[in-house]
Design a protein around this ligand. Sequence first.
Ligand code: NAD
Ligand code: LMR
Length: 330
Amino acid sequence: MAKAPVRVAVTGAAGQIGYSLLFRIAAGEMLGRDQPVILQLLDLPQAQKAVQGVMMELEDCAFPLLKEMIATDDPNVAFKDAQVALLVGAKPRGPGMERKDLLSENAKIFTVQGAAIGQYADPNCKVLVVGNPCNTNAYIAMKTAEKYGRVPAKNFTAMLRLDHNRALAQLAKKTGRPVDSFKHLAVWGNHSPTMYPDYRFCTSNGESVKDLINDEAWNRDVFIPTVGKRGAAIIEARGLSSAASAANAAIDHVRDWWLGSNGEWVTMGVPSDGSYGIPEGIVFGFPCVCENGEYQIVQGLPIDEFSQERINKTLAELEEERNGVKDLLR
Ligand code: NAD
Ligand code: LMR
C-alpha cells in the first residue's frame, strides 16, 4: 500500500538554497523514493511571485512523489502539521562578514517561526535550521517553541553536515582515498570558524586516518582552518554563499535522521544534553548516530588537551551568541 504523504515545510523557498533543495526533496532523495511528500513553501510577500515560478518548475518535473504544494507568506500556514521543517529563509552574509554578524537581522525570524512550529506543526516535527547563524537560530526557535510544550526541544537541530562533508572531502584529497571510505569523523561546536573538525577517531578501510596522515601541523594549520573558513572562501569566489552544497548537506542531514545512518557517525547540531560538559540546551555540533527516526550523541570519546581547548573556544562563542539573544527570548 502507498505511504501517506509527509508534509515538508521549507522556508526561503525562492532563495538560492531553495532552488537546489526543493527538486531533490520532490524526487525522493530526502525521505525515500517510496515516500510521497507535500511541500509547504514559505517566503516573504515580495518573493511570492518567484515562489510561484519555482512551483511551476516543480510541476513541470512531474515528480510522482509530489502530491501537493502550497505557497504562503504566513508561517502559521506553512508549518501547519509539518512533519519536517527546513528553516532556510534568512539573510546570507556577504564578503568580510562573519555569520554571527547576521544575528541581529535574522534572529527575529526564528522567534516567529519557533512560535508557529510550537503551536501548529506536527508534535514530532523534525526541524533543521540552515539560516545563519544556524546554531543560535535553532536555539532561538527551540526556546520559543518550548513555551507551547508540544514539539520537544531535541527536535530542533542546526546544520553542521556541510562542515562534516567539507572535512571528508579534505581528508579524501589529502590521503588519495575515496570519500566514502572514511568513517567516524566528528565536527564539534558552532557552524563558524571556531568549529573543531576532528579526525582522531576516523578510519579509512579500517586504518587510522590520523596514522595515515601522520602530520599534526597539517591538521592544525591547514585542515582545521580550511574546513572552518570554507564558507568564506566560497563567498569570495562566487560572490554568493554556498547553495548546492548547502542543499545537499540539508538532504543528507534529514535523510539520515529520518531513515537512519546505518551505524555511521554523522555530525548534527543538536541541543546538548550535557554530554562532553556542554551546557544543556546549547545547540552544538556533535557526532551522532541515527536510528528509528531518533539521533543519539556518540558517547565516551576521549577528549585530549588540544581538543578540549578547541571545544572550549567554540562553546565560548556559542555562549556569547546565546547571551546576545536573551532579551529576544524573554
Ligand atoms: P537567499 O538570499 O538566496 O535566499 C533567502 C530566501 O529567504 C529569500 O527568498 C528570502 O526572501 C527568504 N526569506 C528571508 N526572510 C524570510 C522569512 N522571514 N521567512 C521566509 N523566508 C524568508 O539565501 P540562501 O543562499 O538561500 O541562504 C539562506 C540562508 O542559509 C542564509 O542565512 C545563509 O547564510 C545560510 N546558509 C547556511 C549554511 C549552513 O551550512 N548552515 C550553508 C549555506 C547557507
Ligand atoms: C557556508 O558555510 O557556506 C554558509 O554558512 C554560508 C556562509 O556564510 O559561510
